[in-house]
Design a protein. Sequence first.
Length: 276
Amino acid sequence: MRLKLWIKYELPKYNVIIFFILLSLISLVVIIFLDKTDSNFNKHDILVEAHGLVFDLFVFGILITIFDFLRNRKESRSRYYEEIEDLIGWKSEEAKIKILAKVKRLYDLGQRRFFLSNSYLKNANLSDYDLTDSIIVLANLKKASFIRSNLKNVQLNGSKLNKVYFTSANLENTDLSNAICKGTFFTATDLVNTNFKQTDLRRASFISCYYKDINMEDAKLDEVVVDNLNWFESLRDSGANGIENLENKYFINPESKKDEDGYDTYLIERIKTSTQ
């Protein structure tokens, strides 16, 4: 009974290998038949043919194995992608766990670009990942970790990134526009051409970061923690956009100085106007 079930459901999976095995057997039978009908037949001829056949089987076996490996790899990727797509939009812990498991398997298969927009990934651990060119728009990533992750060219615009850890992460060309980054930690982070346009950065921390050509246009900076009393000036010198408008709204309070892990930090506060 088990043999019949195996033949019915499992055997078709190995159709390519079976085809080459049958082809080899048929070729062997034809060669033996021709050798016997040959008047100059010699047992040594069979030995020569056998060596050639063994070599052919060895070569074809390697090729079949490689082909089968690549095919299974492609099928696995497609299956995992379909399973992730079915889970997108579900706001539950179960969906999050399943998505992260599929992402891990795809990553182990060599996948680096992911499409996770509108996904629920609260508290997700995505540290030490290379997510270059991924699209993770309008996702819930509250309290997630991207420690030492490569997020180059990643689209995170409109996502909820409250209290996320971007420690030692690469955010080159990363789009964080219109994202909510309340209390988010940017520590030793590479911020090159990073887009913070209209991003809610209230109570975020920028400690020991590298800045170049970032866009801070209309960002919300209330109670942001920085490690430089001349932070705005440093951003302007690094080619940042939208700094002049921010300086008209905010200032760095020198009296808010604190020592955090060996760094002198200061608080950005909103400039009070006469109408406030």
